[in-house]
Design a protein around this ligand. Sequence first.
Ligand SMILES: [Zn+2]
Length: 83
Amino acid sequence: MVINLDIPDPAEWAVRYAVSGLAVLPLHSAPDGRCTCGHDCGSPGKHPLTSHGKDDASCDLTQVTTWWARWPWANVGIRPRSG
Ligand SMILES: [Zn+2]
């Protein structure tokens, strides 16, 4: 399960969450209702950009900044702490 956050500056928030110890991952965006994956998918703007989805979630700042440097428009997904 991934929580999708619709926030104005995703890169900044991704870093903030990572700093506070939450594992984040980049999600597709749907700025005009069309998902950036380019497909007619079932959850526009709400599925992961990375190949392993929520299993890629990380609080490693290097990883997080690399993701948002590559996809600055990406929505921020947070993987809730297990347990
Ligand atoms: Zn999509």
